[in-house]
Design a protein around this ligand. Structure first.
Ligand SMILES: [Zn+2]
Ligand SMILES: [Zn+2]
Length: 360
């Protein structure tokens, strides 16, 4: 079960295999390898990059980034250039107090780790990403569902379908009024139970998106989203990306900012459905995030480690995907991402002399 709390994505556990939070540390045994520390606590094993989670996260060395990307000697020339860590990819900064990595020890998932995890892949009948609007998406305050669909289809190079909106009044969902905000909230576990029974037979995953606020448990104030990874269903709220939720004024570029935040959370959470774990190797869309400023500072693109995982899972042509993403970013006004992808395409074109026919 993955829970997204605080502001974006607080992991209770990334998968059935890995528990990321615990409240006590009895009977600890520590083993060290070159890159990792393995701590055995009772029957659980925790794996951390570096000497100890208590000593804080240190950004990886170049050799560690290369090791995380894995052996690409057998990859196509274009893919080898696209995965070159020396170009266009920013280093992950050391975390500041309150940032995700200051509070959540992450071991990092290399490409080889990812392959060994036997991740969910879109194959056979299960090839479509379904988005299910939960409640209303009023035009004045919501991201466009058609635009989100277009983005997801381009980012994942998959068939994305938007289902008819679920009518909140018709679903068996527990709700409450949050005493701090006065806004209605929906219990996420009820939504997940409902989605499990609605999963289409050709769905790779089914994601409910909503402008309603969510909570995962009566003891919690709120949650941004929650998902069951192996069961491939999730629910995510964009409600708190609207300044009006906090009684603040919307700025002139409100719709672009809201759309970008929605695209980020949609791509980040959908990537978890492919069993990508949080990235600690570069500044990347798949970095964990503990607050809105940290989330806003993440790029909308993937580092070479995460790009290789997603390409392995889906099998897309990286250049074709970049070109379509560039077109999307230009259309919606994501100028910084447009500039970044233009640089990527030029570099791949310049270096892939033997395969320039791919790029037109
Ligand atoms: Zn996450
Ligand atoms: Zn990454």
């Amino acid at each position: 079960m993955l829970g997204c709390a605080n502001l974006v994505c607080k992991l209770v556990a990334l998968s059935d295999r890995q528990q990321h939070e615990c409240s006590s540390w009895p009977e600890m045994e520590i083993k060290r390898t070159r890159l990792r520390t393995v701590m055995r606590i009772g029957n659980n094993e925790f794996c951390f990059r570096g000497k100890s989670p208590m000593m804080g996260f240190k950004p990886p060395l170049t050799a560690e980034q290369v090791e995380a990307i894995g052996d690409i000697s057998q990859a196509s020339e274009t893919l080898r250039v696209a995965l070159d860590p020396s170009a266009d990819f920013d280093p992950i900064p050391a975390p500041q107090p309150g940032d995700w990595l200051a509070e959540h020890p992450e071991s990092g998932q290399s490409f080889d780790d990812y392959v060994r995890s036997k991740p969910n892949r879109p194959e056979g009948l299960r090839t479509k990403v379904y988005l299910a609007p939960l409640g209303e998406f009023a035009e004045t305050r919501s991201p466009s569902l058609e635009t989100l669909k277009s983005f997801a289809a381009t980012f994942f190079a998959m068939d994305v379908r938007v289902l008819s909106a679920y009518d909140l009044g018709q679903l068996p969902l527990t709700t409450r009024i949050n005493p701090y905000t006065g806004n209605q909230q929906i219990l996420t576990t009820d939504v997940l139970d409902y989605l499990l029974g609605m999963l289409p037979t050709d769905a790779f995953c089914l994601l409910a998106v909503t402008m309603e606020d969510l909570y995962p448990d009566p003891r919690w104030n709120f949650v941004f989203g929650q998902a069951t990874l192996r069961h491939r269903v999730g629910v995510f709220s964009f409600a708190r990306y609207d300044p009006a939720f906090y009684g603040e004024a919307r700025t002139g570029d409100y719709h672009t900012v809201l759309l970008k935040r929605a695209c980020k959370v949609l791509a980040h959470e959908t990537a978890h459905m492919f069993l990508l774990e949080h990235c600690i190797f570069f500044k990347c869309l798949i970095n964990g995030s503990n607050h809105l400023a940290e989330s806003d500072s993440r790029p909308l693109h993937l580092c070479p480690v995460c790009l290789r995982k997603l390409q392995f899972s889906i099998g897309f042509d990286v250049v074709d995907r970049y070109r379509k993403l560039l077109s999307f970013h230009q259309r919606v006004g994501f100028d910084d991402e447009s500039v970044w992808i233009e640089k990527r395409l030029k570099l791949i074109q310049d270096r892939s002399r033997g395969t320039t026919h791919i790029i037109t």
